[in-house]
Design a protein around this ligand. Sequence first.
Ligand SMILES: [Mn+2]
Length: 429
Amino acid sequence: MADKPFLPEQIADHNARHIAALTDEYEALGRALGRRGIDIDGVKAKVSGFSLALPTWATGRGGTRFAKFPIPGEPTNIHEKLADCAVVQQLSRAAPRVSLHFPWDGASDYVALREEAEAYGLGFDAVNSNTFQDQPGAEHSYRSGSLGAADTAVRAQAIRHNIDCIEIGKTLGSKALTVWVGDGSNFPGQQDFTRALDRYIEATSEIYSRLPDDWQLLLEHKMFEPAFYSTIISDWGSSLMAAQELGPKAKCLVDLGHHAPNVNIEQIVARLHRVGRLGGFHFNDSKYGDDDLDSGSINPHQLFLVFNELAEAEARVPGPTPAYMIDQSHNVTDPIESLLSSTESIVSAFAKAALIDRDALHDAQDRDDPMMAFQALRRAYRVDVSAIVAMARMEAGGAIDVLEFYRDSGWRARKAQERKPVGLGAGIV
Ligand SMILES: [Mn+2]
C-alpha cells in the first residue's frame, strides 16, 4: 500500500514558516473585497470546492516533433506516475483525480491499481483511448485512420480498444471515456469529408452503446495535427453534430489548444453549455497552435474569460460540472512543477471569475454600457487572488508555497536514485 509522498508534519512545518505573512495578506485582501461587498470567506469556500484531474502523460517530459529531453527521476510506469500525481494533489489539494491513457497506462491488476490510488487520496477521472498510434502486436495499423478508417477491420479494432477502455474504467471507478482520434487527411481529395464522418459516427455509436448509464462519452475535437489538411472532428461544430447524433451521454470536450488562433473559445463554452453538451475541458495554453504550454502562461485573461462563462452558465442553468483536466506537454520544466504551477493558475482564474459582480455586469449589459460591462470583468481580473487560493489550500492540508515545498523536499533527486532512466523516445505526448 502506497504512503502519501510527504508526512503531514513536513507540510505543517513549511506552513508554520509562511502562515503569518499569508494571514496578513488574506486579511488585507478581505478588507479590500469587503469594501466592494464581497465576502472573502465565501470566495474561499468556492475555491475549496474546485478540483481538476491530472493526466498521467503529463508527469513525464513531453517533447516536440524534433526531440525529447528526459530528466532523471521521471516516472516510467503507471505506479510511478500515480506517485507523482499524488505529490501534486498532496501539495495543491486541487487535483484529486487522475486520467489514464491506454495502452500507455496498462496494468496487470486494475483493482489493485484503484486501491493504490485510493491510498494516495486519488480517484480516477475519464479514461482515454489511443487509436492514433500503432501498438506492438496490433493486427491492423492506424496509419490511414481509426474510427473513421475506410477499412472495416481497422474500425473494428479501434472500436474494440475503446470498449476495452470502458471495461478498465469500470474497474477503476471512472465515469467517462474521452475519445480523440488523429483521423484526417493531408491532401485535398484524399478523403471524402462526408463518408469519413459517417464512418466515424457509426463506429463511435457502437462504443456509445457499450457505455454504462452513468457514464459520458467525451468527444475531443482538434483542428489539425497529425492530419494537416482536414481532421475528422475538427471543431466544436463537428463535435456537437456527432454528440447530438450519438445521444445524450455524448458531450463535447474543449481543449484550449485545439482551435484556430484567436478563436473566441469562451463563446464556444457558452454555446456548448447552452445546449447541455459541454462535457469537459483540457487546460493548457498556446501561442501559435496546439502548443500544450502551461495553463495561464501565455494568455491568463482567456482562462479568466472561460471561467467567467462557466460561472455565468452555472448561475443560469445549474448542472453537472464539466470534467476539468490539465492537458499539457512539459518540455523544459520538471513536470511536477509545471502541474503545480498550472493548477494554481487554473484555480486562480476560477477564483477571479467568482469575484465578478454579476448584477453589475448584467445591469451594464442591459443598459448597453460596454465600458461598465467591461469594468465589471476588469475589477475582478485585477485582483491578486493568491492569498485566497493559498489559504484554501492550506486549510485543506496543502502547502502554502507549493513550489518552495517541492524543491526543498528533494523529491526528484530521490526518485532519480530509485527509478530507472527513461528512454530517449521522441515525440509529442
Ligand atoms: Mn486534449
